[in-house]
Design a protein around this ligand. Structure first.
Ligand SMILES: [Zn+2]
Length: 238
């Protein structure tokens, strides 16, 4: 099925290649794997990685709402193509690979996880697009790890404008209060250690709003796990 729709095209560059596998070695080498390193609370790469106690200046000054954040990849020119294929074109054949990378990056937070929850789309956008790429990542991660997943645990109860092109401050106010725990999932969220999944961590605004909603729903803890982390939000619009 995957081969039928996407015949052996590289996930990274989109060019055809003869070999087996989604990512030819030369493309793979261009990806920057963070693999769960960097700041323990926001996954920002650090010049000196101190392992378990690594913390960036921003998190030291103002800790995020969540307990920990892990990222598989750095979001850069090499990572852009596979992520936009997933996000905009709904290309699914990379999901198992992405889930493997995310499981590695988030192995410590997944160890204690009760429930994997993706960042939701507003139903109107879901209707137009037909899929939620973060939901797909959460499901792939659940398949890979055997952990429970609830793709509809959070809902976006008011539509928000696209975060692309907004400043960090505007992004936060755009999504503040936009999410809530779906009442039918309240019992699963209450007291649960949750791993919140998204495709890309840009400023953390959406993830912060989702964490607030899960905590309001009495989650025991929330950790963030993303496929890719934007290192300099000013450089990127996604
Ligand atoms: Zn940090």
């Amino acid at each position: 099925m995957g081969d039928f729709i996407w015949p052996q095209r590289s996930l990274v560059t989109g060019t055809s290649h003869a070999g087996q596998g989604l990512i030819p070695p030369e493309d793979f080498a261009r990806l920057t794997f963070l693999n769960g390193t960097g700041c323990r609370q926001c996954a920002l790469p650090l010049e000196t990685d101190l392992g378990e106690v690594s913390l960036c200046g921003a998190c030291a000054a103002k800790p995020p709402k969540w307990q920990a954040a892990r990222a598989a990849l750095q979001y850069d020119d090499a990572a852009r193509k596979p992520i936009l294929d997933l996000k905009r074109a709904g290309r699914r054949d990379g999901l198992a690979t992405f889930a493997t990378w995310m499981a590695l990056a988030g192995r410590d937070v997944l160890e204690t996880a009760d429930l994997i929850v993706p960042v939701p789309l507003h139903y109107r956008r879901l209707t137009t697009r037909g899929f939620n790429q973060s939901g797909w990542l959460a499901q792939a991660l659940a398949r890979h790890t055997g952990r429970a997943v609830a793709v509809d645990a959070l809902r976006r109860h008011r539509p928000t404008i696209s975060q692309g092109g907004l400043s960090a401050r505007a992004r936060h106010s755009n999504v503040r209060g936009a999410f809530q725990v779906r009442p039918s999932r309240a019992a699963e969220v209450e007291g649960a250690h949750i791993v919140l999944v998204d495709d890309v961590y840009t400023t953390g605004a959406t993830l912060t709003a989702c964490t607030r909603a899960l905590k309001k729903g009495k989650a025991a803890s929330v950790s963030v796990l993303v496929l890719a982390r934007v290192v300099r939000p000013g450089d990127v619009t996604i």
